[in-house]
Write a protein that binds this ligand. Structure first.
Ligand SMILES: C[S@@+](CC[C@H](N)C(=O)[O-])C[C@H]1O[C@@H](n2cnc3c(N)ncnc32)[C@H](O)[C@@H]1O
Length: 330
């Protein structure tokens, strides 16, 4: 199994992912977000052999260790994916496709984090509700009382979820195993708070995820040289529409090309990619998305090509657009 375990990444998988093809069978899906040491993921795999279990993480170390564990124990019902929680929930799963979602000890440094980076927030909870099937379960554990209080308030304002417990949170849940982080929290004398909610029949919140579009592309004529373009470039940042941030970081020059290193943050996905300006043999320029690193041509990428294209065209009054393949309203 070790040799066939292919590394999965939210930016390389189709949106949504074809879980039936990945697991080789069509079963109810269980998701664990931020599985860390992987003990709980392993527990889910053994406890629910008839389900397909997906773990997501942003730590490569955790992913490598979990992949080794999956191969060692031949857990054919378990796969792990490199993904931010928000990106995975929006892009990899369809509405009502998950039977359980588990979040164990997210945001240990949440007091010092910007609130928009917390896992437990309105937008994430809305997509969790949208992805759970009716009767599906959402479990959360934390060792931070303020986090428990904040989560309780958010959950109480979530009509799509019903509390399974008779109390806002429990001091322990029967049948739960202790995770690595939890063990340390208990050793350090901290209490833990456990939440269990069930998806009801209320209509799900409406979702708008960033969509994948055709590849953007711009062809233009300009008397300007690549040397002049490179010399004129200065780092720049834009927020062309609410929630979308585009940062042109630096140019990387080769003989007939300049790669513009670009960071694009959109509401449900973040990408670091390159836009390539190429001098063609007919003397025209092409500006397009480099395929380096499997970028996804989202609206943010189209906006970035438009912004960089406008800047390039403005460098010389003799510039002229020849072909423009961009989303219409960018
Ligand atoms: C405090 S640790 C808890 C690990 C494990 N669940 C446990 O209980 O031992 C939080 C984990 O969540 C991961 N993580 C943090 N933010 C994340 C995000 N936005 N998406 C996915 N994983 C995330 C971290 O890499 C880390 O492994």
């Amino acid at each position: 199994m070790k040799d066939t375990l292919q590394k999965l990444n939210v930016l390389k998988l189709p949106w949504p992912a074809d879980w039936q093809a990945i697991f080789g069978r069509d079963r109810a899906l269980i998701l664990e977000i931020g599985f860390g040491g992987g003990a709980f993921l392993r527990h889910l795999a053994h406890r629910f052999p008839e389900h397909n279990v997906v773990g997501i993480e942003i730590s490569n170390r955790c992913l490598t260790r979990a992949e080794a564990m999956i191969a060692r124990e031949e857990l054919t019902n378990t796969r792990v994916v490199y993904a931010m929680a928000e990106a995975a929930l929006h892009h990899l799963f369809t509405p009502t496709s998950l039977s359980q979602i588990h979040v164990n000890f997210p945001d240990p440094w949440f007091r010092t984090r910007h609130s928009h980076r917390r896992l437990m927030q309105r937008d994430t909870l809305d997509v969790i509700v949208n992805r759970l099937q009716p009767g599906g379960l959402f479990y959360l554990a934390t060792d931070i009382l303020e986090y428990a209080e904040m989560s309780h308030e958010l959950l109480a304002e979530t009509p799509g979820l019903d509390n399974v417990l008779a109390v806002p949170w429990a001091a322990e849940l029967p049948e739960r195993i202790v995770t690595k982080y939890e063990m340390k929290a208990r050793r350090d004398g901290r209490s833990c708070y456990y939440f269990a909610y069930r998806r009801n029949q209320q209509p799900p919140p409406a979702m708008t995820a960033v969509q994948e579009l055709p590849m953007p592309h711009l062809v233009f004529h300009s008397p300007i040289t690549l040397d002049e373009v490179e010399a004129s470039f200065e780092e720049k940042q834009f927020q062309p529409i609410a929630g979308t941030y585009i940062h042109f970081l630096r140019p990387w020059r080769s003989d007939r090309h300049i790669l513009f290193e670009t960071h694009i943050k959109e509401p449900t996905i973040e990408q670091r990619l390159a836009l390539t300006l190429s001098l063609r043999h007919d003397g025209h320029y092409t500006l397009q998305l480099s395929t380096l690193g499997h970028p996804r041509p989202t609206e943010g990428v189209h906006l970035a090509v438009k912004l960089l294209g406008d800047w390039l065209l403005a460098l010389h009054p003799g510039s002229e657009t020849l072909v423009i393949k961009l989303q219409e309203d960018t």
